[in-house]
Design a protein around this ligand. Sequence first.
Ligand SMILES: Cc1ncc(COP(=O)(O)O)c(C=O)c1O
Length: 491
Amino acid sequence: MIWALNSCKGTRTIAARCGAGAWRNSARLPAPRGYHASAARLDIAAAPSEKTGAMAEKYILNTYARPPIVLSHGKGSYVYDTGGKKYLDFTAGIAVTALGHSHPEVAAAVADQATKLVHCSNLYHNQWAPRLASEIVEATLAAYPQGTQGIYAKAADGTDSASLARVFFSNSGTEANEGALKFARKYGKHIAETGVLGKGTSEALRGDPNLKCNIVSFTGGFHGRSMGALSVTANPKYQKPFTPLIPGVQTAKYNSTEEIGAFVDERTCAVIVEPMQGEGGIHTAQVEFLRALRRRCDQVGALLIYDEIQCGLGRSGALWAHQLFPKDCSPDLLTMAKPLANGIPIGAILASSKVAALIKVGDHGTTFGGNPLACRVGTVVLGHITDTKFLEHVRAAGEVLEQELTVGLSQYLGNAVVELRGTGLLRGMQFSSDPAKVIDLARQRGLLLVGSAGNTVRLVPPLNTSIDDIKRGASILIDCVKQSVAEEGAK
Ligand SMILES: Cc1ncc(COP(=O)(O)O)c(C=O)c1O
């Protein structure tokens, strides 16, 4: 692999002047006179090493195939490599940096909180976790002020705070799903133990809590790589090396309303589904599918979990992708992560009041989840995403992207480009064959793209990318598709 190496010229640190070996050794050098420890460390940490690629290959576990560039910084919708090359970032760190890179409010919140309190564990309250939780709950519930089912359910008088959905903070999307599955298991036991069964469920479950523990997930879904999350991610490539997985998981076909009755039964404690699949190739659920899932979950006393880790928090053009569906498609548990703190690791579960009522002290936990740094940044991000103008921009930008690509690639649509899919700024372009070459060409021309399943390229730029930059990205992509098709044809 040929690496884009950083030139030492003009850099100030021992590390950058002398390479990685010196970078390591510099930690052992005595401090020179007048040395300001904190400033020097900041400089060393920020200095790109010309050996980065080689060091990565030598020291980092080989779980990702990365291109030969090293990114050093970003601004807005652009990132820069250590050689100074500029890229328009249509990956946003895989649908994470919703506000773009180095957002001034995010940077200020991180800097200020870092001087106050980064972490104190969940042994104590901090000022930011309850605030972010309240903002998530209130912003979500605002969609249905009269209430509906699941997380939107209201107590009869509509005022009791015990009727509100509650938040658990984690550190990633995987962990959010893992927690949601655990909460569903507890709920299943409760239903089986108490006999409060939904209409149509069998008497056989009464008294045996372990019978109501099955989970249904769907083809094309992606929910994470830990054992529970992996078990509901029905992709042999991810699952096969790590079997056996957790028992009791069944995989039904995404968008197959007919299959629901056979898969979701009285032994099911939860159904987990993405209203819009990201990794799976940008596929959107059909209204009838989600409605039937909701209805069937109510019939058999199972919980409906929506994984909105990729499609949620503004990416679809609505706060939550499921809010683009009718209100009788609402979930009992909602998981979120990626953009919530614009890249500072965070995840969260929003649990309906009926689930929250069952969760007791000690049932679940985390050391880092809910830390004040991530939660404070979360309030900054949520403040933007819940602004109607921001969401209007996401929808408008998504339409411009679709329009530009549809026009620019009209001659290829239906052949080299099978389909353009998606909503808001969660877009997919499916190719008739592996799009690796298009992704490669785009990077060379200064546009970063990420693939997803089924020969699909994902287009997930920062949500505040300007219309001009959306057009610019579309134009580069169109040129790359043309070049790739021409080169394939010439072979
Ligand atoms: C829908 C969905 N769920 C879960 C995850 C896992 O999240 P994380 O990588 O933060 O653990 C992802 C990550 O891509 C995702 O897209």
